[in-house]
Write a protein that binds this ligand. Sequence first.
Ligand SMILES: Nc1ncnc2c1ncn2[C@@H]1O[C@H](COP(=O)(O)OP(=O)(O)OP(=O)(O)O)[C@@H](O)[C@H]1O
Ligand SMILES: [Mg+2]
Length: 154
Amino acid sequence: MKQDKRFKNEINRMSLQMPAISVNEGMARAAVAAFCAQLSPDATELADIKCAVSEAVTNCIVHAYKNRKGKFYITVSLFADRTVQIAVQDKGCGIPNVKAAMEPLYTTDAAGERSGMGFTVMENFMDRLHVTSRQGKGTLVLLSKRLGRSTEEE
Ligand SMILES: Nc1ncnc2c1ncn2[C@@H]1O[C@H](COP(=O)(O)OP(=O)(O)OP(=O)(O)O)[C@@H](O)[C@H]1O
Ligand SMILES: [Mg+2]
């Protein structure tokens, strides 16, 4: 079978799925950080990844499943060139206009508790952010970051 080109240099991968409830946000963030630790990211890189994952997972918890139960799904791939790729997915309501939703300060939160900065944070803390969404089907957030040279290799 022909190997998918994107994953040719993949060296490790983990997947997890959890109910989209707020108690699981910290667990997901910590699990991703623990998995990425094998590439020896520096403290800033690790903090950036944790922040981005936290925003993506919080969106699954807060926005994806309105008044119904659902799960979020995370896959983390590590590549030989020290790229970390994180997919955060839900099977919730979807986003009608992704481009608009990604604008800073855009929020559909009527209660005034949200600032509409989640996607902006993800964009700033990672190298790449790609969002695809289908109404009624769910949302996929792809985050990637290439880590600098490991100090452990010097
Ligand atoms: N997984 C998702 N499912 C459905 N809608 C989403 C999802 N993620 C984001 N959205 C929509 O995109 C909007 C913008 O998301 P973003 O994370 O930037 O801001 P926010 O969540 O409203 O506020 P903040 O992240 O600052 O608390 C949300 O208000 C929501 O309407
Ligand atoms: Mg958000």
